[in-house]
Design a protein around this ligand. Structure first.
Ligand code: ZN
Length: 431
């Protein structure tokens, strides 16, 4: 612990001012979150492109109002927002990553309110994206604003990146990050897009699973046939169901050869069939043998498993299992490698202290079951430690119906973001 100096006590006064400022503005933060949730920013839906644009512009304006230099970066897909404040020479630079796009809200089953018309219900704000990831995004913006309004400056340099394509694998941002020279330099990265165990106990993530999401489609080289007349013709829906069911053995282990080669345990990786489509299931009955069928698979990876190898072995296995009279296509939709975060670096220690300041307890160190495609890309592009803090609750319904964000956790998350900037300013770069 450094000896208190005039500079360090001035910094502590700054922290207290910023925390007090945020405490007075909780209702403004809630209003910002409700506004942000009201944008229908479903990145997977091409019809929502206009809403994503509007939302990006709103965020840039909001960050500019907070005192950041902010702009919208157009891409071939949905735009992202970049905001900078870099006036503290010699201090570390923190890259804050968040995303403003959301998962689709369909099917509507299970929603008791309108997904993009946020409502307050007890201690929660309910609406698509409230927890993933708009609540944590507003917590970071509120933290920056609290420092800038209460003290006129940030204690460290900050670059904020708000992605509009996280839920579809961040293709545009990942391409941008790969540019030479690197478009952004930072000494640490913080991502707040993970869950914590309880409202009183925040999380620091030590590992993230990788992922391969792929679609497999079977197509017969013939049209739909009359089911009464088509004796003995193979049915692509039945064949696809058989092939997909065969991806596991009798013990539930993934039966694709070589799958566990780079994983020490068989417990961590997983396979989920996220959807199957084919044939006719509408009103009444239609007597046909369908011509095509599609399945969507999501494979989560751990340890040293490599998404490229896994994609190739799944593709080979699927092609080999399908009868020759069908055309098979396998499309990889998303791929990212698993990540281990050592947590022994200065930014992770600073984050642990900040979480303790805000929540009053040490954070839980968790192995996240989720995947954040952007984290490997940030590690490669920035080359700095990445801190993943979790503020979402297990019951928040991220990706599900009636998604919600816990408002007391929102307040503590905001305070943790404020304290993190302070704790980082007490460290010296290079680490
Ligand atoms: Zn997310």
């Amino acid at each position: 612990m450094p000896r208190p100096t005039l500079a360090s006590s001035r910094r502590t006064v700054g922290l207290e001012r910023a925390l007090a400022h945020a405490a007075r503005r909780r209702s403004d933060h809630l209003r910002d979150l409700a506004r942000l949730v009201s944008f229908r920013t479903v990145s997977a839906d091409p019809a929502a492109a206009g809403s994503l644009h509007d939302c990006a512009r709103w965020l840039a304006r909001r960050l500019a109002h907070a005192g950041m230099e902010a702009g919208v970066v157009p891409t071939g897909g949905h735009p992202f927002v970049v905001a900078r404040w870099t006036r503290r020479a010699g201090a570390p630079t923190l890259l804050v990553y968040g995303h403003y796009d959301v998962q689709p809200a369909d099917p509507r089953d299970g929603w008791t309110s309108t997904p993009f018309r946020p409502v307050r219900r007890g201690e929660y704000l309910v609406g698509r994206g409230a927890s993933d990831d708009k609540g944590p995004v507003v917590a970071h913006i509120a933290a920056l604003e609290a420092w800038l309004e209460a003290t006129g400056a940030l204690p460290v340099n900050v670059v904020a990146l708000l992605d509009g394509e996280e839920e579809i694998g961040s293709p545009s941002l990942r391409r941008w990050l790969r540019a030479t020279p690197p478009p952004v330099a930072a000494d640490a990265v913080v991502v707040s897009d993970a869950a914590m165990p309880t409202a009183g106990r925040p999380a620091l993530v030590r590992s993230l699973r990788g992922m391969v999401a792929l679609n497999v489609a079977l197509r017969a080289r013939r049209p739909e046939l009359h089911s009464g007349a088509a004796g003995g013709v193979r049915n692509p829906v039945e064949e696809l169901c058989r092939v997909v069911a065969g991806l596991r053995d009798g013990e539930g282990r993934i039966a694709v050869p070589g799958f566990y080669r780079r994983a020490r345990s068989t417990a961590g990786p997983s396979l989920v069939v996220t959807g199957v489509a084919g044939g006719y299931t509408g009103p009444g009955a239609k007597s046909v043998v369908p011509a095509s069928a599609t399945a969507a698979l999501e494979i989560r990876l751990v340890e040293s498993q490599r998404p490229d190898e896994v994609a190739v072995s799944f593709e080979r296995h699927l092609r080999g299992a399908v009868p020759p009279e069908f055309d098979v296509s396998v499309r990889v939709l998303k791929a990212s490698r698993p990540v281990r975060l050592p947590l022994e670096d200065e930014p992770s220690r600073a984050a642990a202290r900040a979480l303790r300041t805000a929540f009053g307890v040490a954070p839980a160190v968790v192995a996240s079951g989720g995947s954040l495609h952007v984290v490997p890309a940030l590690l490669d592009a920035v080359g700095a430690p990445v801190v993943v803090m979790g503020f979402a609750l297990p019951g928040d319904g991220r990706h599900g119906p009636d998604e919600r964000f816990h408002l007391p956790a929102f307040a503590r998350a905001t305070d943790a973001c404020i304290a993190f900037l302070h704790e980082l300013s007490r460290t010296r770069v290079p680490w």
